[in-house]
Design a binder for this molecule. Structure first.
Ligand code: AMP
Ligand code: MN
Ligand code: MN
Ligand code: MN
Length: 280
């Protein structure tokens, strides 16, 4: 059986954030699967791009330098992907450094919250999975909670412990939406709202977000992503056209067993949705 593989996968993670494969291995796997252009988009970090580029050149596929920036907007946490950024740009480098800087303190608060409900030593537990000391993520806590049998799977770890309002949730102030777009633009890249279907926003707030993002210079939203169900693709394609935004496609791959979608395992954009790669 032949399986459809998207030529573009514009959202992926490596061990430089909370993925489980080395940057070079992510790229090599993408090439083997038939992906022609991959963006490595680690959380708040671009330190994997040099290694990814070596692997992309060796495999003969295109690497788009990327990043996924954590953002606080009207009390919500959002993710903004930057594509085709210059990893040497100092505005981006310092901005990301600032965003990463809060993560260790936040991890201590997460561990303290978990201790209150009887889960001891969660910081040490999470750290056992951390592969970039500047980048402890809730995904590392989730692995600890699954591996020690507190929950059956990652989703349950977020539902019971790590999601907003749960015992291991620590509110945190990330970059503003404007800053994320500014950092990306300063580095010559284009800004894309990651997995918009994941945010719990009412219709008005959603429209306010998309309008504000576009007015700040944002260019795209993810339409086809591992975080959307197939019935959401059409909805987000319509929102993209309504707000003059381009559609992006990305698996949000974190590892072979960590993700719903493997690299490139993505259907085409709905017809009539202009793709972001015309700008790449
Ligand atoms: P952080 O940036 O530390 O808040 O961690 C966010 C990461 O946690 C995401 O990039 C995912 O890897 C993971 N994550 C968040 N929510 C979920 C969820 N509901 N199920 C599985 N993984 C999640
Ligand atoms: Mn992640
Ligand atoms: Mn994300
Ligand atoms: Mn992601």
């Amino acid at each position: 059986m032949t399986q459809h593989v998207s030529h573009f996968d514009l959202h992926t993670h490596s061990t430089r954030s909370d993925g489980v494969m080395l940057p070079g291995d992510v790229v090599a796997r993408a090439a083997l699967r038939g992906v022609k252009a991959i963006a490595l988009t680690d959380h708040d970090d671009i330190s994997g791009l040099a290694e990814a580029r070596v692997a992309a050149d060796a495999a003969g596929i295109r690497l788009i330098d990327g990043v996924e920036i954590s953002v606080s907007w009207q009390g919500h946490t959002l993710h903004v992907v930057g594509l085709a950024v210059d990893p040497q740009n100092s505005v981006l480098v310092y901005g990301l450094r600032r965003n990463r800087g809060g993560r260790n303190g936040r991890a201590a608060l997460i561990a303290a919250g978990l201790a209150k409900v009887g889960i001891e030593n969660a910081l040490e537990g999470a750290n056992a999975y951390v592969t970039n000391p500047e980048l402890v993520s809730r995904a590392h806590f989730a692995r600890f909670l699954v591996e020690t049998g507190r929950v059956r799977n990652t989703q349950a770890a977020f539902d019971r412990y790590l999601g907003e309002g749960k015992p291991g949730y620590a509110p945190h102030l990330w970059a503003s939406l404007a800053e994320s777009v500014e950092w990306i633009a300063a580095a010559g890249g284009i800004a894309v709202i990651a997995h918009p279907g994941r945010y719990k926003l009412d219709d008005r707030t959603r429209a306010a977000l998309l309008g504000e993002f576009r007015d700040l210079g944002g260019v795209g939203i993810e339409v086809v992503t591992g975080s959307h169900t197939p019935d959401q693709y059409g909805y987000w394609a319509k929102r993209a056209s309504e707000f003059g935004l381009l559609g992006s496609v990305g698996s949000d791959f974190h590892g072979p067993r960590e993700s719903y979608k493997d690299l490139g395992d993505l259907p085409p954009l709905p017809s009539g949705c202009p793709p972001i790669w015309t700008r790449l």
